[in-house]
Design a protein around this ligand. Structure first.
Ligand code: MLT
Length: 533
């Protein structure tokens, strides 16, 4: 039974889904060392933002197949290490969108009307109606940094308040922005200069770290408010404290901090700062949503299905998965054949297709091809998640192409493998849309059913009377059942190719006897049985 480690509190509905999928271990108190020990025997880990899944943690988990983030941000997971180790990372990008958007609006209103300060004053026994004169949101400009899922929901709500909404997001088109009533600006600096409220809705990456620094704060209006419900690291906290003290901006409202829990009292004690302890996603609805979304994906991965929101793998929709499914057995068979026949280490592996496959499909199939070509050659986990990374680390170029010469096949894949010694070309087709055949090996045409064991014989006397009889005698004497024989119709430089499929194991002495038959130049025995589907 798979073991699933849950770090942090997860909504009961998510735990229920996980219990169906395996043995669930909930640990809420692990430090880095304890986490490294706890993952040693687990197949899946579920985390929230408080757990750092470092490279050391991932490398301490030889059985780990999936890390699920119950939430959006995956900046607490070492994605490169996960990918390198063939561990799938999934997140839950939709469950807490509305919670984060509503909290953003709540913080804007709270900052605009100084609600926390007014409430504390009243709790302290004062009745002070003069110090808390705020400003309306109506007619003000909201500048959104990032117009993704949360940014769009914030925009819709701000528009309902009568705000003018502008955004900076280099990954969104003018049309997409226009469709939600938002004007897209060309630069972050323009956005900062125009905004009465500047709200952050982007991910934390090395490029976005401290994007709100002293310079940007200096471009903002003195009456402006900064709101951050995304990630603390986006803001230079020392520069923000300075800007709030100097009155360079009017106020800031933060839900997230560079270090969490934060101990930045210099910032927290400023009268024009309001802060919440990373509770943007803390609604009952959102917690249930992200927990169930994360748990379902863990169950999917553990039972061999593609999860809905993979972060470090080609994001294949159910439709795309259905489109590539028939080709999986074919591409694996081609890869295994390539691995058995290539001379030396591959330098370049190319997958070409004639079929109606998109680049998304081709990326996935290329991953499967690399797994088949390098399987048994590289140590450690090798799967479609880390296949491209492992190939690149070994200096293998991966390429994709379109097949020009179809040879009359509608669903054709072709694999070209270059080593330092030579080039190998193998093609395969799906007959009738599903029946796998190897149809080409270098210059030879075949229609080889890639199952059982294939004996490939390059022979100067191929097709000549008597050869098949002699071969049959060798195999018959060894008690080996022949299930199919094919002779390629052409010869290449006087050498023909014969492909024989057999139901039994060919031992080395039997192989040696075949090599000794008249005219035989080369014999290769390839086990294709486990890759046929
Ligand atoms: C998220 O990334 O989903 C939110 O910040 C909430 C959380 O960290 O749990």
């Amino acid at each position: 039974m798979p073991r699933i480690l849950v770090c942090g509190s997860l909504a009961e509905a998510g735990l229920e889904v996980l219990r169906e999928a395996g043995e669930v271990i909930v640990r809420t108190d692990l430090d880095d060392q304890q986490l490294q020990e706890a993952v040693a025997e687990v197949d899946a880990v579920v985390v929230r933002s408080g757990t750092q899944v470092t490279a050391s943690v991932i490398e301490s988990a030889p059985k780990l197949r999936v890390i699920a983030r119950a939430g959006v941000g995956v900046d607490n997971i070492d994605l490169a290490a996960a990918t390198r180790c063939g561990v799938l990372v999934v997140n839950s990008p939709v469950g807490n969108t509305l919670a984060a958007a509503e909290h953003t609006i709540a913080l804007m209103l709270a900052a605009a009307r100084r609600i926390p300060q007014a409430a504390s004053s009243l709790s302290a026994g004062k009745w002070d109606r003069k110090s808390y004169t705020g400003r309306q949101l109506f007619d003000k400009t909201l500048g959104l940094v990032g117009l993704g899922k949360v940014g769009v929901e914030v925009a819709k709500r701000a528009l309902a308040f009568g705000m003018n909404v502008v955004a900076y997001d280099p990954y969104v088109s003018l049309q997409q922005a226009k469709a939600v009533g938002v004007t897209l600006l060309d630069s972050l600096q323009d956005l900062a200069a125009q905004a009465d409220y500047l709200s952050l809705h982007c991910t934390l990456t090395p490029e976005t770290e401290c994007m709100v620094d002293g310079r940007l704060l200096g471009m903002m209006k003195p009456e402006a408010v900064l709101v951050n419900c995304a990630r603390g690291g986006l803001v230079d906290e020392a520069a923000l404290a300075q800007a709030l003290r100097d009155g360079a901006i009017d106020a800031a409202a933060l839900d997230v901090f560079a270090q969490e829990p934060t101990d930045n009292t210099e910032l927290l004690q400023l009268p024009n700062l309001i802060a919440t302890p990373h509770v943007g996603a803390s609604t009952e609805e959102a917690q249930t949503g992200v927990a169930v979304d994360a748990a379902r994906q863990v169950a999917d991965v553990l039972s061999g299905r593609m999860p809905r929101w993979p972060v470090n793998a080609p994001p294949l929709s159910a439709e795309a998965l259905a489109a590539v499914e028939p080709y999986l057995g074919l591409v694996r068979s081609l890869g295994v054949l390539g691995r058995s026949l290539m001379s030396g280490s591959p330098r370049r592996v190319e997958l070409a297709a004639v079929a109606d496959l998109t680049s998304e499909h081709m990326d996935y199939l290329t991953g499967e091809l690399v797994v088949a070509v390098l399987g048994g050659i590289v140590e450690g986990t090798l799967n479609f998640i880390n296949a491209a990374t492992v190939a690149r680390e070994r200096g293998i170029e991966l390429a994709q192409a379109k097949i020009q010469q179809t040879g009359g096949y509608a669903n054709l894949l072709q694999v070209r493998i270059n080593t330092s010694a030579d080039e190998l070309l193998i093609a395969g087709a799906l007959l009738g849309g599903s029946d796998i055949r190897i149809v080409r090996l270098d210059g030879y045409r075949l229609e080889l059913l890639p199952r059982q064991t294939a004996v490939l014989i390059w022979n100067a006397q191929s097709g000549r009377p008597g050869f098949v009889g002699k071969l049959g005698s060798v195999l018959g004497a060894a008690g080996i059942n022949i299930t199919g024989i094919q002779v390629a119709p052409e010869t290449v430089a006087g050498i023909g190719l014969m492909a024989v499929t057999v139901a039994d194991t060919i031992t080395e002495p039997v192989r040696e006897q075949i090599v000794q038959l008249p005219g035989v130049e080369r014999v290769e025995i390839v086990d294709l049985s486990t890759h046929y589907s």
